[in-house]
Design a protein. Structure first.
Lengths: 84, 445
């Protein structure tokens, strides 16, 4: 499993859509709400990140806006690596 | 029905209220605070100042969540706590009884001592009200001076600069946040500030704030200079608000001393957050923390214990993540540090556990803005400063928190700091058990 703090680009985006998810690192969030404010789908991302949870909302299409806006790198885009 | 009284409305008090409610659905929950605001993110004020979020976005609970909490909020200043009489008296004379009391009064910025500190335009950043005042001043002023250190000073510098003010940053010493950062890290932050147009004045102190008709007009420096300005922001450290505890006869040092239950020296009176001074097993002494995550965890444990939970607070390794001039920076464990002339006391977003402790050295450095500095004890990593990419922050935090014995690895790390990333990535993915032999084999590759 690979972890990235910045979003993949180009063809990686497709993989992110298919095999990716947005996770949050427990203990980092200070609940500033920048993630929710910048979510184009209106998801309250903060309600997950403040508890260190993976974003679990059917509207999330892993665009990574919350990842790139979080000033504390609380949110991370995770892509499952294919089995070796 | 138990009456729980919470003094303060920060994250420690809110989290305590939530954990009491979870444990005891029928408890009466009363919260007294001077601020009447909806609960907001105090660290988020930095982003409000910069314009990254609007004010309403800083509210950390929805109206539905607040309603479900069943909390009665009282606006007022607590003037006195009677431990024996189990009641608090507000400044306006109202009296509120309690079965269990939480003091989560937080910490307040130190008032500047120079002449003219009372002028309109001389500000500090403790509350949402302060942030609003700074934004109001920035909206009509052209030049700002910021003095102090730590993350709050930088929040002020970046905030007023983002609002288009000409910004001067005064440092008493020769570099930024010497208590926590090493010279390279300070230099990185200062360079970015300078690139954004901030004028840094080293070895510079305010002699006086100069005003006219009660309003700030200029700052005089100790060296005899004068800078006309409309805003002077001061961030030279914070002090726990101890007065109530002292007067009530609770045991205090720099903060309110608490047991593992977060109970103070008086039964049924608890303390949590910036005002509490809790034992840190790593530091071997009771320390202050002005960290959001600490306040949240202490609030949770204090609330559980107020509801009769019998939970021990286990202080975690002190850690904070902040954004310094646009560089995400994590500070974990004991990172050393020098005397910091810009800070009189602890600053916000800091732990006393970050300085002192065993003698250690810097071992690892990467690109200009992706930098990792480790402090190494004889067998363990005791602290880390991680700037830029945070991909190694969690595995490092785990190693530091668990005090994992890495004695066979450390000599190799000294010789080949570049092996750090490979090692930690494999460690994190579970390919490297903590056993010394495995670590050695990995580094030998």
């Amino acid at each position: 499993m690979g972890h990235r703090t910045t979003l993949p680009t180009d063809q990686d985006r497709l993989r992110m859509l298919r095999d990716g998810w947005i996770a949050s690192v427990p203990g980092r969030c200070v609940q500033c709400g920048i993630c929710s404010y910048n979510c184009p789908m209106g998801i309250d991302v903060r309600s997950y990140s403040r508890l260190g949870l993976t974003i679990d909302d059917p509207r999330c299409f892993r665009c990574g806006s919350c990842v790139s806006h979080c000033p504390r790198s609380t949110l991370v885009a995770v892509v499952a690596e294919p089995a070796a | 029905m138990n009456r729980h009284l919470l003094v303060g409305s920060g994250i420690a008090a809110l989290t305590a209220a939530e954990s009491i409610r979870q444990s005891d659905p029928s408890a009466r929950l009363l919260m007294v605070s001077e601020e009447a605001e909806p609960f907001y993110s105090r660290p988020g004020l930095a982003y409000l100042l910069k314009g990254d979020v609007p004010e309403r976005q800083l509210r950390i609970r929805s109206p539905g969540e607040i309603e479900a909490l069943g909390l009665e909020r009282v606006t007022g200043r607590v003037a006195r706590v009677s431990a024996v009489g189990r009641q608090v008296t507000l400044a306006d004379g109202r009296k509120l009884g309690f079965d269990r009391l939480l003091l989560a009064t937080g910490a307040a910025s130190i008032a500047p001592a120079f002449p003219g500190a009372e002028l309109r335009g001389v500000v500090r950043l403790d509350s949402l009200g302060d942030a609003r005042e700074i934004l109001r001043l920035a909206g009509r002023g052209r030049t700002a001076v910021v003095v102090g250190g730590g993350s709050t000073a930088l929040e002020l510098v970046e905030g007023v600069r983002a609002r288009g003010m000409r910004t001067h940053y005064f440092m008493r010493g020769d570099r930024y946040w010497a208590r926590v950062l090493d010279p390279v890290e300070s230099g990185l932050v200062e360079a970015r500030l300078a690139e954004s147009g901030v004028r840094i004045h080293r070895h510079t102190e305010v002699a006086a704030a100069v005003g006219h008709a009660g309003r700030l007009r200029a700052v005089d420096t100790a060296a005899g200079g004068r800078i006309p300005c409309d805003l002077l922001a001061v961030a030279t450290g914070v002090r726990p608000r101890l007065e109530l505890a002292q007067e009530a006869g609770l045991a205090v040092e720099r903060g309110i001393l608490v047991e593992k239950s977060l109970e103070t020296s008086q039964p049924d009176i608890f303390a949590a957050g910036d005002v509490a001074q809790a034992y840190d097993p790593t530091a071997g002494r009771a320390v202050l923390d002005t960290l959001w995550s600490t306040a949240e965890e202490q609030g949770r444990v204090a609330g559980l214990n107020m509801a009769g939970g019998g939970v021990a607070y286990g202080k975690r390794v002190a850690r904070n993540v902040t954004c310094l001039a646009g560089v995400v920076t994590a500070v974990i464990g004991d990172v050393g540090g020098e005397e910091d002339l810009d800070l009189v006391t602890i600053t916000r977003g800091q732990s006393e556990a970050w300085s002192g402790g065993p003698a250690t050295l810097t071992v690892s450095e990467r690109g200009r803005e992706d930098r990792i500095r480790l402090r190494l004890g004889p067998r363990t990593i005791v602290g880390a400063v991680i700037m830029g990419s945070q991909s190694l922050a969690e595995p490092l935090a785990q190693l530091i928190a668990a005090r994992t014995d890495l004695s066979s690895l450390l000599p190799a790390l000294w010789e080949q700091p570049a092996s750090l990333r490979v090692l930690l990535q494999r460690f994190r993915s579970g390919q490297v058990p903590a056993g010394d032999r495995d670590v050695q084999a990995l580094v030998a590759r």
